[in-house]
Write a protein that binds this ligand. Structure first.
Ligand SMILES: [Cu+2]
Length: 315
């Protein structure tokens, strides 16, 4: 059913709950669509002009449509009270203890995501609105002892797989919405509020890339248009052994020409950054470019990311 609805890969521990509700809501909509559509056609035929030349001012006597409406309300109440509310309390209200989770502050602005990690000391440094500038979008006070090791990135969120993440979400200007489609996370970011949201990733970006990889046929004059937006998911070499594409290389027109020359007729390709942060609120003219990359790292890769950022900080 998830494939039928075109839902993206589910890379979080709670995603199946959300998907289950999406599927149920779609079933309800399908039943309503078929039911009301049939009723509409039925009335068109039954009350056609030929058979009913004069208008009937007394109206419908049957209660069938009232019963149908009551049934819809009952079904919706079951969805809401029986499924949506329990999922809400199970998924979003079960915040992990901060000692067991990776705590991250995310501050939205027009049109970027500022990500703030506490650094090795685990303490977030002071932020001051007076210090906000183009170089310091978070307004982080680097003089503060807790801020010295803090890591700040823009549009680049890394989280380790298998560890609960607790995000405190806020906004500097207007209402944005922090959307992580592959993790089934969506939460409005509201100026003046710090809203906690939690999730645990279950798949690394590399695993998702592997899952999304597909074979694309290539031949002279017949190149799938989306191919040049993807990256290679296998290695390809020419007949003389020269490398054409390594795993993860962007697929260029030039590379495709070389592959065809080498007699290769299909290429395995995938998305480079399958997971992203999307703003799900129309937050201004630049809304369309408010997207960040979300890297789902193995524990080692996440430590590597932190070490790289720490080294960058020392410079
Ligand atoms: Cu936005």
């Amino acid at each position: 059913m998830n494939d039928l609805l075109g839902l993206p890969v589910d890379a979080s521990s709670h995603g199946h709950y959300i998907d289950q509700i999406i599927v149920m809501v779609h079933w309800l909509m399908a039943i309503l669509f078929v039911g009301w559509g049939t009723f509409f056609v039925f009335t068109l035929v039954k009350f056609r002009k030929k058979r009913n030349p004069a208008a009937n001012y007394s109206g419908v006597k049957s209660h069938a449509s009232s019963y149908a409406e009551v049934a819809v309300v009952v079904f919706e109440a079951i969805l809401l009270i029986g499924f949506a509310v329990p999922v809400w309390s199970n998924v979003w209200l079960k915040y992990p203890d901060e000692s067991e989770a990776l705590v991250i502050h995310v501050v939205a602005e027009q049109f970027a995501w500022n990500i703030h990690y506490p650094g090795p000391d685990g303490k977030f440094g002071r932020r001051d609105i007076k210090l906000v500038s183009a170089e310091n979008p978070l307004g982080l006070d680097r003089e503060d002892a807790d801020a010295k090791d803090d890591i700040a990135t823009i549009n680049n969120l890394h989280v380790p797989v298998g560890k609960p993440v607790l995000v405190y979400l806020s906004s500097k200007d207007v209402i944005h919405s922090f959307g992580l489609p592959l993790l089934r996370v969506k939460q409005d970011a509201i100026p003046g509020q710090s809203i906690p949201i939690t999730f645990t990733a279950t798949m690394t970006s590399a695993e998702i890339r592997e899952k999304l990889a597909a074979e694309y046929p290539i031949s002279a004059g017949n190149i799938p248009a989306q191919l040049t937006t993807l990256v290679a998911s296998s290695e390809y070499t020419a007949k003389d052994g020269a490398a054409i594409l390594a795993k993860g290389d962007p697929i260029t027109d030039d590379a495709i020409a070389k592959l065809i020359d080498a007699g290769i007729s299909t290429i395995r390709a995938t998305q480079d950054t399958p997971a992203e942060i999307a703003c799900a609120q129309l937050c201004g003219l630049g809304h369309y470019r408010m997207r960040g990359t979300l890297a789902l790292d193995s524990a080692e890769d996440f430590q590597k990311f932190l070490a790289e950022e720490a080294a960058y900080l020392e410079q």
